[in-house]
Design a protein around this ligand. Structure first.
Ligand SMILES: [Zn+2]
Length: 435
């Protein structure tokens, strides 16, 4: 199918930061085949036209750290310290309520929310990821998925040994999939033994897949790891040789300059979760320093139990604002820079910037439009500013992934809202029923 998309502004997010006014993109066989002015393309023969102007066309958002099925715990335990939140609420509730049915319903709800708000790729760590993979593939959203390895029993495995088996078979099932990219997920340095981390690292190396881990998220983690190994988390991981260009470090809130240098030297990527870090009072990650050193920093929402939504526009705004006030510098993390974090930098974090993350000929057509037809988006002086500082996820109008139209004019094309809503009620029943 040949699709023509018209836009008042195209933010290409390419290396030259090109913006095309009154532009058009042609999508053929899932890829971008033409980018030009509307006036130069008007006579082109196409099968379908998407025209939701007034609008902005840009690459889909890339959420570099999620636990999507945690939508089932959205608002379940707010306003707690991270360790209290994990030990006394989330982990016990997960162990009682999370099963295959929970993951099926929650993954579908979360994917609907992500597509509705413009996310076209996500990087997830959770349980029963084979179910999340099936649903992601069926709908057609790009997903990096890995079963979260951890020392103690989880809803999907009784011990790490069993977890490693699940991980290996998942990797082999999806090694060359168009939509599903297996990852090796280690929960955190404080919840995974050195042996588990090293075994995970070997598997990731063997299959050449990313390692995804929570690192240096809170002050208490720093103390725990220092007491146990005599080193900070980053120095500890470096000392055992697991940091490399495929390592995706979620959070990285507590890093000193030398540790940032370690990340730089090993080409480690960072998934920055400002809202989760704010909500759990974890701290503010030094991403401005990292960005200045050209470390790949992507944006992420984390799970919805600590956010509480998967809206990347909301996340961009928080990200930009928190660093401005923290550094007393309104120039840092500009609208354009944070939009890069949510698109092309995210693609670099996941190692797929040759495929997605910008609007360029031959890249995959993972594209979204933002409707400007709302009071809060008038007038438009600068399209980057409009998206980051004025818009929200519900302003996303059309979404294509791999050239397939998953939303047009704010209507999901693949599922009925009422069906998702009906099933979503069951999540709360499951959680409450398990208490
Ligand atoms: Zn997380």
């Amino acid at each position: 199918m040949k699709i023509l998309i018209k836009a008042n502004y195209i933010l290409t997010m390419n290396e030259k930061d090109e913006v095309i006014e009154d532009g058009a993109v042609i999508v053929e066989n899932g890829k971008i085949s033409k980018i030009s002015k509307i006036s130069d393309i008007e006579n082109e023969n196409v099968d379908y036209i998407i025209d939701d102007r007034p609008n902005i066309l840009l690459p889909g958002f890339i959420n570099t750290h999620t636990h999507i099925a945690m939508v089932g715990f959205r608002g379940f335990a707010d306003d707690k310290d991270l360790m209290d939140w994990l030990n006394n609420y989330i982990w016990p509730a997960e162990n009682r309520a999370v099963d295959r049915e929970f993951i099926r319903i929650a993954s579908l709800l979360a994917i609907c929310e992500m597509i509705r708000t413009g996310t076209t790729t996500y990087n997830d760590m959770y349980f029963f990821e084979e179910i999340t993979a099936e649903i992601s593939r069926e709908i057609g959203i790009r997903a990096f998925l890995g079963e979260g390895l951890i020392d103690f029993p989880t809803p999907s495995f009784k011990n790490p040994e069993e977890g490693l088996k699940i991980v290996k078979s998942f990797i082999e099932n999806y090694l060359n999939d168009e939509y599903i990219h297996p990852t090796l997920c280690l929960h955190a340095p404080y919840s995974c033994s050195k042996d588990l981390i090293l075994r995970g690292y070997e598997i990731a190396k063997k299959y050449n897949i990313p390692i995804h881990m929570h690192v240096a998220e809170t002050k208490s983690e720093i103390e725990i790891i220092k007491n146990k190994y005599g080193l900070t988390p980053v120095r500890y991981l470096n000392s055992i040789g697991v940091l490399n260009h495929k390592f995706i470090s979620a959070h990285s809130v507590y890093l000193d300059d030398e540790e940032i240098e370690i990340y730089k030297n090993h080409n480690v990527s960072v998934a920055h979760n400002p809202q989760s870090n704010m909500k759990l009072s974890s701290g503010i990650a030094p991403i401005v320093k990292m960005l200045r050193k050209n470390i790949n920093v992507g944006l992420a929402t984390d799970g919805t139990a600590s956010n509480n939504n998967l809206d990347m526009i909301d996340e961009m705004r928080s990200c930009s604002l928190i660093h401005k006030v923290h550094l007393f510098d309104p120039k840092v993390v500009s609208a354009k820079e944070v939009l890069k974090m949510a698109t092309i930098y995210g693609a670099k974090v996941l190692g797929i910037d040759n495929l997605v993350g910008s609007i360029e000929i031959n890249k995959k057509a993972d594209l979204i439009t933002i409707s400007l037809n709302s009071f809060h988006l008038m007038p438009i002086y600068d399209p980057y500013s409009a998206i980051v500082y004025s818009a929200n996820g519900l302003d996303v109008s059309s979404v294509l992934i791999n050239g397939r139209i998953l939303m047009e004019k704010k209507e999901l094309t693949f599922i009925d809202f009422e069906e998702v809503k009906y099933n979503a009620q069951k999540l709360k029943e499951k959680v409450i029923g398990s208490l």
